[in-house]
Design a protein around this ligand. Structure first.
Ligand SMILES: Nc1nc2c(ncn2[C@@H]2O[C@H](COP(=O)(O)OP(=O)(O)OP(=O)(O)O)[C@@H](O)[C@H]2O)c(=O)[nH]1
Ligand SMILES: [Mg+2]
Ligand SMILES: [Zn+2]
Length: 308
C-alpha cells in the first residue's frame, strides 16, 4: 500500500505521483460513490489516494480516496445531470482571460467567480495577451480590473509573449496548489510551458476567423512548478458552472451584492423588483456594477428554469 497524489485523470486511468518523484498509472476497481452525486469521474486530479501495486509493479490499483478538503465540479454536459469533478484539494483558482483573441464574456467571469465563492476557494483573475491590446482594448482591460479589484478579486496583467507580469504571478502561485481555468485559447498551456519548458504542452493558435481556441487541452492535469507548488492546467472550460445551488443563495456568492443585501427590507429579497431592495438601489446609483447584476440575474434565471 502506498499513498499518492492524482496528477492526471483520463476517465479510466489515473496518473499518480508517489514517493519522492515517482509516477505510476493506476486503475480503479469497484464502485466509488461521492456523496451520492453521480459523477463521471469518481477520482479527480488533486485527490490523495491509497493504491496497491499490481503484480508487475508497473501499474497500480486505487483502493481508497482520502477525504477531500474541497473540490470543484462542473456539469458533464448541458443536458445531463451528471457532474465531473474538475479538481480536488485546491488552495486557489485562477481564471485566465483575454480581452481579444478570444473575447472573454463578463458573464463567463462571473460564473467562474460564483463557483469559486460557492466552494470557498480564493479566486484570482489573470488578464493575458496584454501585448496585443490597442489603446481602446487596454482601457477595456483597466475598466474590468477596476470593477473586479473593487469587489476584492486581485488581478494580474500578463503577456506571455513579452514575458511581462510573471513575477507577481509566481509570488501568488508559489508553494500552493492552483487550478488554472479559462476559455480555450487564452494561453493556459503556454503559461505552464513558460514555467517549465520541458513540459512541452501542446498549444494552438487562435484562428482569426472564429477567434476562438480549439480546445487543445482535453483533460485536467497537475504540473509541479519549478518554484514550488502545483498548477492544474484544465481544458478550456465551457460548462464551468454552478452545480446544486439554492436559488435563494446565489447572491451570497456575489460579495458586493451580499454585503448590500443586508439593507434590503425583506430578509428573503431576491433583488428582482421587491420593494425596499437595497441592491437595486445600489445598481441604479452605480455602487454595484450593472454587468455584475446582470450576471446575477442570468444565473438566477438558469436556476429558476430547473424548477419549472
Ligand atoms: N500574443 C500573445 N499570444 C499568446 C500569449 N499567450 C499565449 N498566446 C498564444 O495563444 C494561443 C493559445 O494558447 P494555448 O496555451 O494553447 O491556450 P489554452 O488556454 O491552453 O487553450 P486550450 O488548451 O484550448 O484550453 C497560442 O498560439 C499561444 O502562443 C500572449 O501573451 N500574447
Ligand atoms: Mg491548453
Ligand atoms: Zn434586495
Amino acid at each position: 500500500m502506498e499513498k499518492g497524489l492524482v496528477i492526471k485523470s483520463t476517465g479510466s486511468r489515473y496518473k499518480i505521483f508517489y514517493g519522492e518523484d515517482r509516477t505510476i498509472e493506476c486503475t480503479l476497481k469497484g464502485s466509488f460513490r461521492f456523496r451520492g452525486i453521480r459523477t463521471t469521474n469518481p477520482v479527480a486530479v488533486g485527490d490523495n489516494v491509497i493504491f496497491r501495486f499490481e503484480d508487475n509493479a508497473n501499474s497500480g490499483v486505487i483502493t481508497e480516496i482520502l477525504e477531500r478538503r474541497n473540490y470543484i465540479l462542473r456539469k458533464a454536459s448541458n443536458l445531463s445531470k451528471e457532474v465531473q469533478i474538475i479538481a480536488a484539494n485546491v488552495d486557489q483558482v485562477f481564471l485566465m482571460l483575454t480581452i481579444i483573441l478570444p473575447v472573454t464574456p463578463v458573464e463567463f467571469i462571473d460564473r467562474f467567480l460564483v463557483t469559486a465563492e460557492a466552494y470557498s476557494v480564493p479566486a484570482y483573475l489573470i488578464i493575458n495577451k496584454t501585448d496585443l491590446y490597442d489603446t481602446e482594448e487596454t482601457e477595456r482591460m483597466e475598466n474590468l480590473i477596476r470593477v473586479y479589484e473593487k469587489i476584492g478579486y486581485k488581478c494580474f496583467r500578463l503577456s506571455l509573449k513579452d514575458m511581462n507580469g510573471l513575477d507577481n504571478l509566481i509570488d501568488q502561485m508559489k508553494d500552493k496548489i492552483g487550478l488554472l481555468a479559462g476559455n480555450s485559447g487564452v494561453g493556459k498551456s503556454t503559461l505552464l510551458n513558460v514555467f517549465n519548458p520541458s513540459l512541452n504542452l501542446k498549444t494552438a493558435e487562435v484562428s482569426d476567423y472564429h477567434k476562438q481556441g480549439k480546445h487543445i487541452t482535453t483533460f485536467p492535469e497537475m504540473h509541479p512548478l519549478p518554484f514550488g507548488g502545483y498548477l492544474i492546467d484544465s481544458p478550456g472550460i465551457r460548462g464551468f458552472g454552478i452545480v446544486d445551488m439554492d436559488r435563494n443563495e446565489i447572491y451570497h456568492f456575489f460579495p458586493e451584492i451580499f454585503k448590500i443585501s443586508k439593507d434590503c427590507r425583506f430578509y428573503n429579497c431576491l433583488h428582482l423588483d421587491e420593494p425596499g431592495c437595497a441592491v437595486r438601489k445600489a445598481v441604479e446609483a452605480g455602487y454595484i456594477n450593472p454587468l455584475r447584476y446582470r450576471s446575477y440575474l442570468s444565473i438566477l434565471e438558469d436556476e429558476n428554469r430547473k424548477y419549472r
